[in-house]
Design a protein around this ligand. Sequence first.
Ligand SMILES: Cc1cc2nc3c(=O)[nH]c(=O)nc-3n(C[C@H](O)[C@H](O)[C@H](O)COP(=O)(O)O)c2cc1C
Length: 181
Amino acid sequence: MDVYEAIKNRRSIRRYKDEEVPKSVLKKCVNAARLSPSGANKQPLKFITVTEKLETVFEHTNWAGYLDWDPTEEEMPRAYIAIIKKIDTGLKTDAGIAANNICLTALNEGIGSCILGAIDKEELEEILPVPNNYELELMVALGYPAEDPQVIESEEKVEYYHKNGQLHVPKRPLDKVWIER
Ligand SMILES: Cc1cc2nc3c(=O)[nH]c(=O)nc-3n(C[C@H](O)[C@H](O)[C@H](O)COP(=O)(O)O)c2cc1C
């Protein structure tokens, strides 16, 4: 898939099919994260893939803050990649960049994703094998998509919403964010 097309097509997916994410895809995602840009090339991140006890992780995630809605257990992610960072090393922004590389790599394999920042960090750090000198930055949820969100152009509105069962995601129009001089 062309990179620009992938960037345009990627949407956060919050409903997933009951189908496993192949280990080969998780490996590609972690490799794409490993190769991400890194401030001062400190490379402070490690990546934990999770494919078992998914319900336990799901309990400590929070979804679609603008909606009075959560995915059901049937719709929950079929894998996660936890992005952990060595404490006091490198830049926090590295995690976001790596997360997006994961999302785009997954999309190219037909897998949907959602970056999760609203997570119960302390609880997840207990559940996941996070080394002592590392902290959890972000989770990326993964799975085959069971929804097809749609972008709508909107200058002011940022809150996404369901319409006829489909998620509508406002994005600011190009001419409202592009400043030329
Ligand atoms: C750093 C970060 C944290 C996010 N955390 C969550 C989250 O905890 N739960 C969730 O449902 N979506 C989360 N999202 C997804 C955003 O809500 C989503 O990117 C936004 O609504 C735009 O939709 P799009 O990704 O489909 O373009 C997060 C996105 C980013 C970049």
